[in-house]
Design a protein around this ligand. Structure first.
Ligand SMILES: *Cc1c(COP(=O)(O)O)cnc(C)c1O
Length: 368
């Protein structure tokens, strides 16, 4: 089976990790500080605050944005559940807005329709590695005084109009979970150029403790600290990120070149001013000539580890239906979730594996 994801771990990670083990200091320390400094510089933001996961990053960002009792936060239903759950953790209200069907990202026009007096923030997700439409989102946020949180869990190193992922909203939230483009098993990061947001995120990750005085607590906080063991791995990954990203982009180009003429399949696309980093390479089946679930089965039978991300939009899960959401609320997300298949695009695909994926797709098209 050609796996959908393959990790990149080598001597650099082991060397960094050994340094931490030999130092005897495993908790958040020097390596984490170094990671934060280099990551902020990489993203072009003033601050980066490392935390224990992408979920923790989103939770801290929502706390810093001031989300409390029933404040409304607008986000996409076509994402991983961890985008929306932190809104609930802050006692906020999850308000979904439907997506654009060509980019799979939240549609700014739909966002504007959902704004009320209680709206405080927008979480835009750079789904599959393609940045959301920040120019339009920013216009809306300025008009209504909202905070933009960029869920960059899938978009390390992506760009929007030549600026780096993590710098496009008021805060950027990254995940370093084991399958992400840059990873350390579990981990996360908030990026921001706002001093107050940065201070609040730092406080939140360590029990609400004051930045100035130890053992003085301002507010509720959590233990959302990362460890230096994880930061050591993330540091080695950051050094390789550009190289790994270029390979993903190259693989995506090869796949698109190979399959673009197949009737019934639309390869991923993006406007020129975005750099898509292909956390996933996701094709869209028309469900007429090419039926998604049949093709998925066929790919699996031919040893291709395809994935369905995501098979069901969030608002159709019991957790969100309990909040009043129902079928037909977000028709584009509902239809797209029946059409998408993600193909392997990871940096370690060989030429033969890429050719195999392309030829299996052609063989399927010929058969139907
Ligand atoms: C992975 C992911 C998260 C959560 O990150 P964790 O590190 O797993 O907590 C949030 N949003 C999106 C879009 C993700 O893909």
């Amino acid at each position: 089976m050609i796996p959908i994801t393959k990790v990149s771990l080598d001597k650099a990670e082991i060397k960094n990790l050994l340094e931490v083990v030999e130092s005897g200091m495993l908790a958040q320390g020097k390596k984490t500080q170094e990671l934060e400094e280099l990551f902020a510089e990489y993203c072009g933001t003033k601050h980066a605050i490392a935390v224990s996961s992408g979920t923790a990053a989103l939770h801290a960002a929502l706390y810093a944005a001031g989300i409390r009792n029933d404040d409304e936060v607008i986000t996409t239903p076509f994402t991983f559940v961890a985008t929306a759950n932190p809104i609930v953790m802050q006692n906020g209200k999850v308000i979904f807005a439907d997506i654009d069907e060509s980019t799979f990202n939240i549609d700014p026009k739909e966002v504007e329709k959902k704004i009320t007096k209680k709206t405080k923030a927008i979480i835009a997700v750079d789904l599959y590695g393609q940045p959301a439409d920040y120019t339009q989102l920013k216009k809306i946020s300025e008009k209504y005084g909202l905070t933009i949180i960029q869920d960059a869990a899938q978009s390390h190193a992506a760009q929007y109009k030549n600026t780096m992922s993590g710098s496009h909203g008021d805060m950027g939230c990254f995940s370093f979970y084991a399958t992400k483009n840059m990873m350390c098993g579990e981990g996360g990061m908030i990026t921001t150029s706002n001093d107050l947001y940065a201070e609040q995120c730092r406080r939140f990750r360590h029990h609400g403790q004051s930045q100035q005085t130890r053992y003085e607590y301002h507010d509720i906080g959590y233990n959302y600290r990362i460890t230096d063991l994880q930061s050591a791995i993330a540091l080695a990954q950051l050094k390789k990120l550009d190289m790994l990203t270029n390979k993903r982009i190259q693989n995506a180009k090869t796949l698109t070149q190979g399959i673009k003429n197949i009737e019934g399949i639309t390869p991923p696309s993006h406007p020129e001013y975005k750099k898509h980093v292909y956390h996933q390479y996701t094709i869209k089946c028309d469900n007429k000539k090419v039926k998604r679930d049949d093709l998925f089965q066929y790919l699996r039978e031919n040893n291709i580890g395809a994935g369905k991300y995501y098979p069901k939009p969030l608002h159709l899960h019991p957790h969100f239906q309990n909040m009043g959401y129902k079928k037909n609320d977000y028709p584009i997300s509902e239809r797209i979730s029946t059409q998408v298949i993600s193909l392997p695009v990871h940096p370690y695909l060989t030429k033969e594996e890429l050719e195999h994926i392309i030829s299996v797709l052609h063989a399927y098209a010929k058969k139907t």
